[in-house]
Design a protein around this ligand. Structure first.
Ligand code: FES
Ligand code: FES
Length: 229
């Protein structure tokens, strides 16, 4: 090999080495970057992880901050003639959840939780409302009545007795809402026909299809009321 060829071979070898070195350096830089990113990520996650891991109280305290500063309010409800102090309550708690989860009045059912089925119907100052669409704090100072406050097995409300008599239910899941709605409907301007009663009860869905029996129960109670003046 002449001198020129030898020099060319040496140069070529050096260029190859530089490319390898560059690759190694690029890999090292990428790895370092990933390590930094991972470290940064973990340190950022650490604060959140601590909040989540610290238990329900801390997590709950963090929620208002994450939801744009939701507020709480000292809430006292009057339910079935009794006063209930719920303490400091998140203002987003629905009446349905307050009744079921705080006062353990589980006769009121949660069906859709979106105001579409009527299973959660209760009375507020004598008028029927979907408790899943009503905030508990909105009912402070008002009289709330649930199925438990309407009657007991030994002393049923006439509407409860009529539902039993006419088999106004099958699985029973919608029944407390149906009865609360029917009792409120007695005081509303509703026509005489079955079709008009059905229309008045349209907000209460019965998946078992007990509608004819529910209407019959309503008509019986309304008839009794008329007879009794
Ligand atoms: S649970 Fe309230 S309307 Fe369905
Ligand atoms: S009785 Fe079953 S949904 Fe009405």
């Amino acid at each position: 090999m002449d001198a020129y060829a030898q020099m060319e071979a040496t140069l070529s070898e050096e260029m190859t080495l530089r490319e390898d070195q560059q690759e190694i350096e690029l890999e090292s830089a990428a790895t370092a970057s990933m390590q930094v990113s991972r470290r940064t990520f973990l340190s950022g996650l650490g604060a959140t992880g601590l909040i989540v891991g610290a238990g329900p109280l801390t997590a709950a305290a963090a929620i208002p901050e994450m939801n744009g500063g939701a507020s709480s309010s000292h809430t006292v409800l009057m339910v079935n003639g009794e006063q209930h102090d719920l303490g400091v309550l998140d203002t987003r708690v629905t009446l349905l959840d307050a009744l079921r989860e705080r006062l353990y009045l589980t006769g009121t059912k949660k069906g859709c939780d979106h105001g579409q089925c009527g299973a959660c119907t209760v009375h507020v100052d004598g008028r029927r409302v979907n408790s899943c669409l009503t905030l508990a704090v909105m009912t402070a100072g008002k009289e709330v009545t649930t199925i438990e406050g309407l009657g007991i097995p030994a002393r049923m409300h006439p509407m409860q007795a009529a539902f039993v008599e006419h088999d106004g239910y099958q699985c029973g899941y919608c029944t407390s809402g149906q009865i609360m709605s029917a009792v409120a409907l007695l005081k509303e301007p509703v026509g005489e026909s079955d079709a008009e009663v059905k229309e008045g009860m349209a907000g209460n869905i019965c998946r078992c299809g007990a509608y004819p029996n529910i209407v019959a129960a309503f008509q019986q109670v309304r008839g009794q009321m008329k007879m009794n003046g």
